[in-house]
Design a protein around this ligand. Structure first.
Ligand code: ADP
Ligand code: MG
Length: 694
């Protein structure tokens, strides 16, 4: 199968080119303006656009339309399909889709979590057309990206706050660059490139594992003889099945106008990554939802299953979503680009100072916004980023920040030069060296022209993380502008501000190994929070500093934040409850009966051998019998205990403190049994089968 990306790209999207072709010129111009600048959409305009959209979609084979929205928490977008059918007139019907259908929808929202924002009896929720995000046709459905809110107007999705945060950072950013003489800039955009990690397993094997079906991760499983220790999987050649699957995913995403660019095998066996080219944050949010959706549906089509969970398998790396993020003006200035002489680049250094301040102040909120229940298995568990938030600057910037913190005068700051990398072979080119090396252990790393926030969970929306990042930058920019606008000696005032802010927030910078024990100690000395569980991080949503920031910027109200905290806690309790009940089910109905059958067969083998030859040595059978029986008893005890604690638990904290440890106590004997029980008796596919045999 070979596809020309230039030919298929965007063919299923109602994009600017389609609008230009199909809309009256005035309407097209109005739409372009709305997409660029926002503003009120009139019903009259919506009617004209809806008509063209309907005709275009029907030509593409659509029979239904849906407002696509992203309820808070639910990982993959929600949709409710309506067909184009109208009331029959004289036995005939027309395809109907009006401006009102395009503008607004009213799904019964009672089944979505609202954190108390809406009583179940008051179910009304509204979806509103997001003009900035183009409609598309997928699987015969015209999909219209929308924002989702309650009857009272409070947001119930991940997108609305992000749109507001993007506006806030744009306003603050324009104000900021204006101080440095950039009076042309009308907008500052947040750009995001999310790298999506995922696992692929064989579908038949997947369907034999209730834990994968219900919990998205394995709740039992002894390690396979081989894991990721040889590091031979990372960037390794793709298996044919995987290559075919990826080619299919690419084609579908290109048609949907998503610029997927990079794909490769990841560190763990069975793990892969896909990344699009970066885009404005709100578009990146929508396309990341589509990427997750297409990965899942395409896997099924290919006889595979895609696991987006953060930790599908114990003992090997889990998955995250590296969130590459930058801020750029509409006249082409990337605020995170250091330029040739960062030591003299006042605007850049002030941006960096603001970033240090923002990350330090809101580190716990960042940690909470990037996390979900599954991510607790990664953060702080000696893989991927640690749970402590710090910023990695790299050598070049690190040296400059160190000098500023040490009080080296501005004109004496070290000037790092761009080095070259000579490989010493005459046929190989001399390469310009990147100004930063990579530090894979840092949760918030500078990578040359952007920051990479590595904590984001693989299965969640990137909405929360980017809402927080953009808001915290808007807050810091505004603070700097308040202090510096109209300063008599602007340059001196800026330098003083940079020095003061960097000194105050120096503790957030760490350029060493984030996985080391020394860092944990050092971070504690610096007073940086090291919160291992999301349950302890969630309250950051309602910290006074959080509420003040979001309310001032008009991004989220105190009530909305309280609701989000509630939803997250409820989700945690709900998910652990499902995991515990799945374990109870699997242990009672699969593992324990299988082990009993196995123990029985060993016992009868002993009897048979002994009756055939009384002096026969049956010590091997006996050892196995003793060991297996004792582990079986441990498992039964832990199972009973798990039933008790699960029945008793209600709050997220109880689930964390009592249910989780009991789940581990049940898993341990069963995993050990897996290593001694005859594989004929083992009731589910093993780690080796899942990770190595697609
Ligand atoms: P890595 O080598 O870190 O795995 P990838 O190529 O997988 O890098 O992904 C890097 C991501 O960062 C891509 O989505 C890329 O488009 C994005 N990116 C590049 N430059 C910027 C930028 N200035 N702002 C935001 N994202 C960016
Ligand atoms: Mg990558």
């Amino acid at each position: 199968m070979s596809v020309n990306v230039a030919e298929v790209f965007g063919q299923d999207v109602f994009n600017e080119a389609v609008m230009k072709e199909r809309l009256p010129e005035v309407t097209y111009k109005q739409m372009v303006k709305l997409m660029e600048e926002g503003g009120d959409v009139t019903l009259e305009l919506a009617d004209i656009v809806a008509k063209a959209m309907k005709e275009w979609a029907i030509e593409k084979g659509a029979t239904h339309y849906t407002h696509i929205f992203q309820p808070y928490i639910v990982s993959i977008g929600a949709e409710k399909h309506d067909s184009f059918a109208d009331i029959p007139k004289g036995g005939k019907i027309e395809n109907s889709f009006s401006g009102k259908d395009l503008l607004m929808g009213e799904p019964d929202a009672s089944s979505f979590p609202s954190g108390g924002l809406r009583a179940t009896c008051a179910a009304r929720g509204y979806t509103a057309w997001d003009v900035g995000s183009p409609a598309y046709v997928k699987d015969g459905i015209l999909c219209i990206p929308t924002a989702f809110c309650a009857y009272t107007g409070e947001s119930l999705d991940t997108k609305t706050p992000l749109l507001k945060a993007c506006d806030a950072v744009s306003k603050a950013g324009v104000r900021f660059v204006k101080m440095f003489g950039n009076t042309e800039a009308k907008k500052v955009r947040a750009y995001v490139g999310p790298e999506q990690e995922y696992f692929i397993v064989n579908r038949e094997k997947y369907l034999e594992r209730p834990d994968l079906i219900y919990a998205g991760r394995t709740l039992f499983g002894a390690p396979a003889p081989k894991g990721q220790e040889m590091e031979d999987q990372y960037f390794g050649p793709l298996k044919t099945k995987i290559a075919d699957f990826m080619a299919d995913v690419d084609e579908q995403l290109w048609k949907l106008g998503i610029t997927v660019k990079t794909q490769h095998n990841e560190v763990a066996p069975g793990q892969h990554e896909i990344a699009p080219i970066f885009a404005p944050a709100d578009a990146a949010l929508d396309s990341n939802f589509l990427v997750m959706d297409v990965l899942k549906s395409t896997a099924t089509k290919h006889g595979l299953a895609c696991l987006l969970h953060e930790k599908p398998f114990a003992g090997v790396n889990g998955s995250g979503k590296h969130n590459n993020w930058s801020l750029g003006t509409d006249n082409g200035v990337n605020l995170f680009k250091p330029g040739k002489e960062p030591n003299k680049n006042l605007q850049f250094l002030l941006v960096l100072a603001c970033l240090m301040e923002a990350v330090k102040k809101h580190s716990l909120l960042l940690r909470a916004a990037a996390s979900n229940t599954g991510n607790d298995h990664r953060l702080g568990a000696n893989e991927a980023p640690p749970a402590i938030i710090s910023i990695y600057m790299g050598d070049q910037l690190g040296e400059i920040v160190d000098a500023i913190v040490a009080g080296v005068p501005f004109d004496k700051l070290p000037c790092a030069t761009v080095e070259t990398l000579d490989l010493g072979v005459s046929t190989l080119p001399v390469l310009p060296k990147d100004p930063t090396d990579r530090n894979r252990t840092s949760p918030f790393a500078f990578t040359g022209n952007r920051f990479e926030f590595r904590m984001v969970a693989s299965s969640v929306s990137i909405g929360d993380a980017n809402t927080v990042m953009n808001s915290m930058m808007a807050e810091s920019f505004n603070k700097a502008c308040d202090a510096l606008e109209g300063a008599e000696d602007f340059e001196k005032a800026v330098i003083d501000y940079i020095y003061k802010t960097m000194k105050e927030n120096k503790d957030i910078v760490f350029n060493g190994n984030g996985y080391s024990d020394e860092w944990v100690e050092e971070a504690a000395k610096r007073g940086l929070p090291n919160v291992k569980s999301i349950v302890d991080a969630i309250p950051a949503y309602v910290e006074p500093s959080t509420i003040e920031m979001f309310e001032k910027l008009g991004v989220l109200s105190a009530r909305e934040l309280e609701a989000r905290k509630e939803i997250k806690l409820e989700e945690y309790a709900g998910l652990i409850n499902i995991e515990a009940r799945t374990m109870i089910d699997m242990a009672s109905k699969l593992y324990i009966p299988s082990v009993i059958a196995f123990v029985n067969s060993v016992a009868s083998s002993m009897n048979t051998v002994k009756s055939a030859y009384a002096q026969a040595d049956t010590s091997a059978q006996q050892t196995i019998l003793v060991k297996a029986s004792s582990l079986l008893a441990d498992a039964q005890k832990a199972l009973d205990e798990l039933k008790n604690v699960t029945d008793a638990a209600e709050t997220a904290k109880e689930y964390h403190d009592t249910v989780l440890p009991t789940m581990a106590a049940l898993r341990a004997p069963i995993d050990e049994l897996e290593t001694i029980v005859d594989s004929e008796y083992w009731p589910v596919p093993t780690y080796g089968e899942l990770m190595f045999e697609v």
